[in-house]
Design a protein around this ligand. Structure first.
Ligand code: ADP
Ligand code: MG
Length: 264
């Protein structure tokens, strides 16, 4: 059975895309995994090294056409992960979907036709618009990356309210996998964010991902972070970085894979 995970937060720059890439790469070594770029900025597509999309290539825009076979949109990446790419055309889709009643179920139906994958990761755009709503309607689980330096309790509450609305209206089985604090450092602001997050009952807070330029470097190179570290550093350096930068992501992935047993 396919498990669908939305990586969502309406704030931009909190590491949704970074988290999607890191998780997809780690999951992809053990399970079949499809990553879906739901942001018209196409950072996921770019970060997975898919840079030359020809005019004939279908994208996430086409995924929202119920008559389009989603298998014909999938591209493979060098990392053993498949991808539904995005481009700027997806920006227009938001408005088109709003005009159509029940359009938030299209994504769920389309992903149902991609059941050859064990895991599908949905990289959401920085808004609570129709694309994110569609992703939450389709997902089994949501993972919420939160940027430690710019944590907003108000924004977080708004997101939790949206999740609740989706659970009541379109997806009663949506569960929160947890919150992943990102770009943490030793400042009091960062520590304060972790304390605030830990006070919200019933939501798992994963170990924070520390701030490191390696994430941006790897994204610019179009190589998932774990492979980038291994390829560009000595064994000793890479072991240290894997422990510090990848272990928090590995913990999330282990939690996710462990759920399989429960759902089987
Ligand atoms: P979002 O998808 O939420 O908009 P991104 O994943 O694109 O956010 O991340 C925003 C920027 O922050 C990118 O340049 C990314 O490389 C960088 N970044 C992500 N995680 C970290 C981290 N742990 N430390 C430092 N920079 C990071
Ligand atoms: Mg993004």
């Amino acid at each position: 059975m396919t498990k669908i995970i939305a990586i969502a937060n309406q704030k931009g720059g909190v590491a949704k895309t970074t988290t999607t890439i890191a998780k997809a790469s780690l999951i992809g070594t053990r399970k079949t995994c499809l990553a879906v770029d739901l942001d018209s900025q196409a950072n996921l597509t770019d970060g997975l090294g898919v840079r030359e999309i020809n005019d004939e290539q279908l994208t996430a825009y086409n995924l929202f056409n119920p008559r389009q076979n989603p298998n014909s949109i999938v591209v493979s990446t060098p990392w053993g992960i498949d991808l539904i790419p995005s481009d700027i055309g997806l920006a227009q889709k938001e408005a088109e979907l709003i005009a159509e009643p029940d359009s938030h179920f299209i994504l769920k139906d389309q992903l149902g036709k991609l059941n050859q994958y064990e895991y599908v990761l949905l990289d959401c755009p920085p808004s609570l618009g129709r694309l994110t709503y569609s992703a939450l309607t389709a997902a089994d689980l949501i993972l919420i990356p939160v940027q430690c330096q710019y944590f907003s309790a108000k924004g977080y509450k708004q997101l939790l309210n949206t999740i609740q609305a989706v659970q009541m209206r379109s997806n009663p089985s949506l569960e929160i996998l947890g919150v992943l604090p990102t770009m943490s450092d030793t400042t009091n602001i960062s520590k304060g964010a972790l304390i605030s997050l830990s006070k919200v009952e019933g939501v798992t807070v994963f170990d924070p991902v520390p701030k490191s330029v390696k994430f941006t470097e790897s994204q610019l190179a179009g190589i998932p972070i774990d492979r980038y570290i291994r390829e560009n550093h000595s064994i000793k350096e890479s072991e240290e970085m894997m422990e510090r930068l990848i272990l928090p992501y590995q913990t999330v992935v282990e939690r996710l894979l462990a759920l399989e047993v429960v759902y089987a």
